[in-house]
Design a protein around this ligand. Structure first.
Ligand SMILES: [Zn+2]
Ligand SMILES: [Zn+2]
Length: 234
């Protein structure tokens, strides 16, 4: 992504790429309501609801565990609890008072929700949070690899210019870009701190964006900030 401030350039993704299709629970509900959402009373807390949501039908693995844990780690400061197992492909977290479990087969369990509307809202935020870890059906890789272009299958030649003024919460994206640029010139320790900030801001932007189309630049920038890391010591 290049920077003349005021606009950003992102690749155009193929129509079937997960970044174009999105992972909105509201869209899924329109397609197959009864198989997506099961709501029942919460066993652990009276008067509250729990729900199981399926991002994909079937029981095949559709979330990359390593990327899932990395994404949750980036957003950790927003969770009151977080456990993520790369080996099992399961994550549990407490987010805004709701207990959330995420499984690598694309099932999400939400507990202690107040009502159905809230379940869908929370599910949408979770889906955005883990979007980059979901496997794209075009290339079979986590969508973050589509966003970075690393998969080599999902981007088209052409790049799209996006006016930052037209994006809600554009400051988050701008701050992320600035931190990413500063990180490239900073000493290693400072650079890592700036990169972590850039990653957090880019992911937060993607989660908060009202429309999936607006969220994509957040994932593109996040992918760039993840690649820019200091190589791990051997
Ligand atoms: Zn893709
Ligand atoms: Zn791809």
């Amino acid at each position: 992504m290049s920077l003349p401030s005021g606009e950003i350039f992102v690749p155009r993704f193929r129509g079937e790429c997960l970044l174009s299709r999105g992972t909105e629970v509201r869209d899924l509900l329109r397609l197959r309501e009864e198989t997506v959402l099961y709501v029942q009373p919460c066993t652990s807390e009276r008067g509250k609801l729990m729900a199981d949501i399926e991002l994909r039908s079937g029981d095949t693995e559709c979330i990359d565990s390593k990327t899932l844990c990395a994404l949750l780690e980036i957003h950790r400061r927003r969770f009151s609890e977080l456990k993520c197992s790369r080996n099992l492909g399961v994550a549990k977290l407490m987010w805004k008072g709701r207990e959330i479990s995420i499984f690598k087969n694309g099932k999400i369990k939400i507990q202690r929700a107040l009502n159905r509307e809230e379940i869908i809202r929370v599910a949408n935020s979770v889906a955005r949070l883990i979007w980059g870890a979901e496997l794209c059906e075009v290339c079979g890789q986590p969508a973050l690899n589509c966003a970075s272009g690393a998969c080599g299958k999902c981007t088209q030649e052409e790049r799209v210019s996006i006016e930052l003024d037209e994006l809600p919460n554009a400051e988050l994206l701008q701050q992320s870009q600035i931190n990413l640029q500063r990180a490239r010139k900073a000493a290693p320790e400072e650079s890592e701190r700036l990169l972590n900030m850039a990653r957090y801001q880019a992911l937060f932007f993607a989660i908060e964006a009202p429309r999936k189309e607006d969220a994509v630049p957040g994932l593109v920038l996040l992918a760039e900030a993840l690649q820019s890391g200091v190589p791990p010591k051997r």
